[in-house]
Design a protein around this ligand. Structure first.
Ligand code: ATP
Ligand code: RIB
Length: 303
């Protein structure tokens, strides 16, 4: 099926300042680890994807919230530098989101998020006329520990868009299927990783994808870490091999995959090509520290 070319995406998710600690080990209960290095990067899952799409030349914007602190200014300034339109970034009193990310020598990772004001985005605060100018709405999860406003706004705003992509992350997978139905029923492209889709549906990812199609989702792309990705539609299923690279830090691998996959989709590429571009962008991401450091400004003609 030929799709028309689309060129603009608005993201809706958290904005976090990522503090990435390189550690000798990720400590378990009663254990101590050692910090080798600390680096600070702008992050937040949907924001990482939107920056990836902006670098690839698409028109992008972001619905998010920052606090009245230095972190908020860094997050906002960075989106602007990347060319992301920030009219729908709301300013509030309070703390901006931060994420404490531990990465060990093998690239394993643990994240602790302080959501700050991220969880408090009300639907009536969003500039909907401006948001609706965009072809596609991309959603990722909020932590939902400082309130449910942002999740409730996502459940409403999906009705304003014809094309919605959705990466649930573990925070939404853990909330359960019933809570996620209002979003899933309006989702066009579903972008979970394997554990998230299996957690959400309580069954193996292939059977879970059948359920997604029953809900009306058109494309399910499951991220399989070092095994690449698997894509399912009504017509077919495709496995796409990963690029073999040296892993430095997997922070944002899934977000980078989403950027590549959505770029392919919006440019009218076949699903196999979308998967390849997703794996390619993710492979560049994981070779550098930070979720956005490796994101490219060009996709080679031949991958
Ligand atoms: P994250 O939560 O770290 O952002 P995720 O858990 O959502 O990521 P993963 O399945 O771990 O998603 O990885 C996303 C994509 O990154 C994979 O589909 C694959 O393309 C790429 N990837 C991850 N790990 C590797 C690896 N070891 N080698 C090559 N590619 C990888
Ligand atoms: O997916 C990676 C992102 O998850 C990080 O940028 C961090 O902010 C966390 O929310």
């Amino acid at each position: 099926m030929r799709r028309s070319l689309l060129s603009s995406v608005i993201g809706f998710g958290a904005l976090n300042l990522d503090k990435i600690y390189r550690v000798d080990k990720i400590p378990g209960r009663d254990e101590e680890g050692f910090v080798r290095d600390l680096q600070i990067f702008p992050g937040g899952s949907a924001a990482n994807t939107i920056v990836g799409l902006a670098r690839l030349g698409l028109r992008t914007a972001y619905i998010g919230k920052i606090g009245d602190d230095a972190e908020g200014q860094i997050l906002l300034g960075d989106l602007r530098r990347e060319g992301v339109e920030t009219r729908t970034v709301i300013r509030a009193k309070g703390r901006s989101g931060t994420a404490m990310i531990l990465v060990d020598d093998s690239g394993n990772r643990a994240i602790l998020v302080d959501p700050g004001v991220n969880d408090t985005i009300r639907y009536d605060e969003i500039d909907l006329d401006f948001s609706r100018e965009f072809d596609l709405l991309h959603l990722t999860s909020f932590i939902c520990k400082n309130g449910l406003d942002s999740l409730e706004s996502q459940k409403r705003i999906v009705k304003d868009f014809k094309i919605v992509s959705f990466d649930p992350g573990m925070p939404y997978a853990e909330r359960g299927l019933e809570d996620m139905l209002p979003i899933l029923e309006r989702t066009t492209i579903f972008l979970p990783n394997r554990s998230e889709i299996e957690r959400l549906f309580g069954m193996d990812y292939r059977k879970s994808a059948d359920k997604c199609l029953e809900l009306g989702i058109q494309i399910v792309a499951v991220k399989l870490g070092s095994e690449g990705c698997w894509i399912r539609t009504e017509e077919k299923e495709i496995s796409v091999k990963p690029f073999r690279v040296r892993v430095v830090d997997t922070t944002g691998a899934g977000d980078a995959f989403n950027a590549g996959f959505l770029y392919g989709y919006l440019r009218g590429k076949s699903l196999e090509e979308c998967g390849k571009i997703g794996n390619y962008v993710a492979s560049l991401c994981i070779q550098k520290i930070g979720a956005r450091s490796g994101l490219p400004s060009k996709i080679p003609e031949k991958l």
